[in-house]
Every structure is written in C-alpha cells, then in structure tokens.
Ligand binder design. Structure first.
Ligand code: PRT
Ligand code: MG
Length: 231
C-alpha cells in the first residue's frame, strides 16, 4: 500500500527539499537550468561518490538515483521533486505526484523501429522493448495484437538475431539505429525530461515548492529564448 498524502514518512525533514535525479544526460542538462537560477551543487555530482549532494545556500539537495527509479522516490515521498524522462513516466503506474513542468531537456523520441523491410503479416508481431506498458498500450490502441518481449538493454540487437520483428526504444540522433541497420517505422511519443513533485510535499511545503517551480519555469523559458536565433 502506498502511503497516504500528508502521512508520508521522510517528508518532515525541516524545510529542505530533495530533488531525485539520475546522473548522465539528465543531470548534466538539469545543472544548466539550476545554474541559470543561481543554484550550484556543493560538490560535483558527476565525480562524487556521494548519493546526496547539497545545493549551496538554498536548503535543497540532489539525491542521485537510477533514471527509472526517480518516479518511485517521488511517489513515496522519499524525494519532494524528481526529474524524469517522459518515457520513464509513461511506464510508471503510481499516482503520488504531479507533473507541473516540461523542462525541455534530454529530448528524444520513443519510436517503433525495425529492419528496412515489410513486417511479417501472419501471426502476432513480436516487439522487444524495456517499455513494456507503453508498448502494450500503443499497439492495443491501434487494435494490433502483439507479443511484447521484455529486454533491459541493447534492444537494437533483437531484430538482427530474430528475437523480435521490431523494437520500441528511444532515439536521439538516430545513429544507433542506423549503425544496426534499423529504421524508424513509427513515432510513439516526443520525450523530454519533466519536473515531478510529490503530492503531499505540494501541500505541506507549498510556498517553497511553488517558488522553485516558478524559478525553473523561468529558466526553461530563458533557455528557449536564447536558443531561438540559432534556428
Ligand atoms: O544508461 P543507464 O542504464 O545508466 O540508465 P538509463 O538508460 O535509464 O539512463 P540514461 O541516462 O541513459 O537516460 C535517461 C533519460 O534520458 C531517458 O529516460 C530519456 O528520457 C533521456 N534520453 C534522451 C535518452 C536519449 N535521449 C537517448 N538517446 N535516453 C537514452 N538514449 C539512448 C538511445 O536509446 C540510444 O541507445 O542513447 C542511445 C543513442 O541514441 P542516438 O539515437 O543518438 O544514437
Ligand atoms: Mg542509458
């Protein structure tokens, strides 16, 4: 059973706010947004082995978790905020958080990809993916019966060795698909990282939470404005 809103353990730690975030592409882009609003980590999260990194002067701290675990930490109130890819959020089934802000970072697409030849028409299509729920939903909406094969990585290999007819995976530049002789058959979703917030934290720490959301929203807008002349 998921804890009730307002009774979440771990939320009554003074007025500090914890932000769950994964190392790698999300953290490196999120740091640029934090930097814009004058928030700097007390130590470099990419090189530090510490999983809790205080942010200078603001009563904030980063908690470093795996990308797919971010919604879980926020859902259960172990972190007030989280930064998670829409791909991860589409897979997650809990309802303990709001998604108030598209951070417009770590952009990519969730796609169906396969070999550059027609898909087999007879029998159920076999689709390999780590996005099992999203894949089931996508094909069910189209009325297609598919067999979803759950993999944890290297999805691109599955069609090459005959494990699956196609895959559902993320694509950014498309180089990885291309290098494996695969092409995009369909786009399922545009993906970017979102700010999520624990529902109880939103109530209990309303003022500080809203202030941070507003500051980050401003940073996202500024970044978009700065990018425009390049386009
Ligand atoms: O990698 P690790 O096992 O540690 O964890 P993770 O894969 O869960 O985390 P990470 O950091 O790789 O990804 C975190 C989030 O970044 C994802 O949930 C997405 O929301 C977002 N993101 C944005 C991406 C990409 N772009 C992306 N290109 N995540 C993964 N990729 C993969 C892609 O599937 C391909 O295999 O990167 C590879 C290169 O892509 P191309 O198309 O540029 O070749
Ligand atoms: Mg990865």
């Amino acid at each position: 059973m998921r804890p009730q809103a307002g009774r979440v353990r771990g939320l009554d730690r003074g007025s500090t706010l914890a932000i769950a975030v994964s190392k790698g592409r999300i953290l490196s882009e999120f740091r640029i947004l934090l930097d814009r609003i004058g928030i700097k980590p007390a130590e470099d999260p990419e090189t530090s082995r510490s999983l809790v990194i205080p942010l200078k002067d603001r009563g904030l701290r980063l908690v470093i978790v795996r990308a797919a675990d971010v919604p879980t930490y926020v859902d259960y109130g172990a972190a007030d905020f989280g930064v998670a890819g829409k791909d991860v959020l589409l897979e997650y089934r809990g309802e303990g958080f709001y998604e108030p802000l598209d951070l417009d970072i770590a952009r990519c697409k969730l796609v169906v990809a396969g070999k550059a030849e027609p898909l087999p028409r007879a029998g159920r299509l076999r689709v390999a993916t780590k996005y099992v729920q999203t894949t089931r939903r996508h094909f069910a909406q189209k009325g297609d019966q598919v067999e979803v094969i759950h993999l944890y990585g290297s999805m691109e290999l599955a069609p090459l060795v005959g494990l699956a007819d196609c895959i559902v995976d993320l694509m950014d530049t498309g180089n990885t698909l291309k290098a494996n002789g695969l092409v995009v058959l369909e786009t399922i979703a545009e993906v970017s990282a979102r700010l999520i917030i624990n529902k109880a934290a939103m109530k209990v720490k309303n003022a500080s939470v809203k202030a941070l959301i507003a500051e980050l929203a401003e940073a996202v807008d500024q970044t978009a404005t700065d990018r425009k002349p390049e386009r």
